[in-house]
Write a protein that binds this ligand. Structure first.
Ligand code: PA5
Length: 444
């Protein structure tokens, strides 16, 4: 089970910070469990590991097998909550170098998360002559980035396989009933999977949104859901022993004591996109009404040689949350070198994980000493079961945190502002007046 160690933040917060928040946590707990708080239309993820649609889950597995049999590449088209979770889990459990590895499963190319021409062109080049399938993921079906990418790859797919053939290779994950992507998929006969109405994008990794691409890579999605279910049961109990309560209380107390930035750190480079997923989860859930911790991330030890300087001695505005794994997946000992030119023979024969652990502890002590409180989130190992626990832990703590902060953790009204400007500037019908006003502001 995930454990949270708050010892290294106690010098920075009042002694009774947890008990001061117990009533608010109980209230937040009830709002999440009974779906009675603000944003209650979007708490379908709370009981998802227990209530998920078994029939659809079986179809996800079957579709993953079909994609594995038919294709050497899968293009996963989506952005934000329709992208980051799958990429985070795949990179963490398979590797950021997954596509370069020898394997029986298809390469995965993530598209639709940018408007860069170069990025889109490169994916098409990388796919080259390989057989490919497409999983287009958009809850709304109207998000510009994935919609444009889908046009592009759908055309490629239809040119290569014909309309009939493309139908066997395109999978859409979208709303159950509404939206242009659902309508198009029904008209074209694509197999569809559902983003439940009650699950917002950033809480959707354990739905078909994340599960289909994750299963295509050969990751055990039963274990992922079992891990999430374990954590769900733990969170449903709540209380002082619940890691999600501990984390939510500590970060709330640190925020109120002036720490405005939370840096998520991990000493496994493969965790990088899980941190991106976490940033969206917390940034979109808390950053509103002029409030909220700013979520940032670093990759240690690499960033100790860059951002480490600022963390140690810059503005004292942040705390760190470090994800640690008890056991590495592989072992590797430091070689003995006769000449000992680098003076490192004192480490010869030691496991790399021992060296990494000393770096973690040394950094922790230095940063705490430098005024950066440190929370540790500990998982037994980096596998599907623990990943399921970790995902649910962060989601639940995020829901609690938003309510403690006094915001609706399940909306994202701010995301619309740039979209409206972009549509107006692109000349979308209906935005004519806005376009004129924006062009004047831009001096164009
Ligand atoms: O969390 C969110 O709601 C957003 O980040 C969305 O996931 C993102 O904008 C993609 O939306 P959609 O799935 O509707 O294309």
């Amino acid at each position: 089970m995930i454990q949270v160690n708050t010892k290294n933040c106690s010098a920075f917060v009042p002694k009774d910070y947890f008990s001061l928040r117990e009533d608010a946590l109980s209230q937040a707990q009830a709002w999440l469990q009974d779906a009675t708080g603000e944003g209650n239309d979007f708490v379908g993820w709370v009981h998802l590991p227990r209530d998920y649609d078994r029939e659809e889950f079986a179809r996800i597995k079957a579709a993953a097998q079909k994609i594995q049999a038919q294709s050497a590449a899968l293009v996963v088209i989506g952005i934000g909550g329709s992208y980051l979770g799958a990429r985070g889990v795949i990179e963490a459990l398979c590797s950021p170098n997954y596509n370069q590895k020898q394997k029986d499963t298809p390469n995965i190319y993530f598209a639709g998360n940018t408007l860069s021409t170069d990025a889109l062109t490169e994916i098409a080049e990388l796919i080259g002559e390989q057989d490919f399938s497409i999983n287009v993921i958009s809850k709304s079906g109207t998000t510009t980035e994935p919609a444009i990418s889908f046009r592009f790859f759908r055309e490629l797919c239809e040119k290569k396989y014909g309309k009939e053939g493309a139908r066997e290779r395109i999978y859409a994950t979208t709303d159950a009933k509404r939206g242009v992507l659902k309508a198009l998929s029904d008209a074209e006969g694509y197999e569809t999977f559902v983003v439940p109405d009650s699950v917002g994008g950033r809480y959707s990794v354990l739905t078909a949104v994340g599960l289909l691409p994750i299963a295509v890579c050969g990751i055990d999605i039963d274990a992922l859901m079992a891990g999430a279910a374990n954590m769900m049961e733990n969170c449903a109990q709540g209380g002082a022993q619940c890691p999600a309560w501990q984390y939510a209380a500590a970060r709330s107390a640190l925020y109120e004591c002036g720490k405005k930035v939370e840096i998520l750190a991990c000493y496994e480079p493969s965790f990088r996109f899980m941190a991106e997923w976490w940033k969206q989860l917390y940034g979109e859930s808390e950053g509103k009404d002029g409030k909220g911790l700013f979520p940032a991330s670093v990759e240690f030890t690499a960033d100790l040689h860059s951002m480490g300087q600022y963390i140690q001695q810059g503005e004292r505005l942040m705390f760190e949350t470090v994800v640690r794994y008890d056991q590495p997946r592989t072992t590797l000992t430091v070689p003995f070198d006769e000449s000992n030119g680098d003076g490192l023979n004192f480490l010869a024969g030691k496991d790399m994980s021992f060296v990494n652990e000393q770096a973690m502890d040394g950094t922790l002590l230095a940063h705490v000493e430098g005024g950066v409180p440190n929370l540790i989130v500990r998982a037994a190992r980096n596998d599907a079961q623990n990943m399921g626990e970790l995902i649910y832990f962060f989601e639940y703590a995020c829901g609690l945190s938003g309510y403690l902060l006094g915001v609706n953790p399940f909306n994202q009204p701010g995301v619309e502002s740039y979209k409206k400007n972009m549509f107006a500037l692109l000349g979308k019908p209906g935005y004519e007046d806005m376009r004129a006003a924006l062009l004047e502001k831009l001096g164009k």
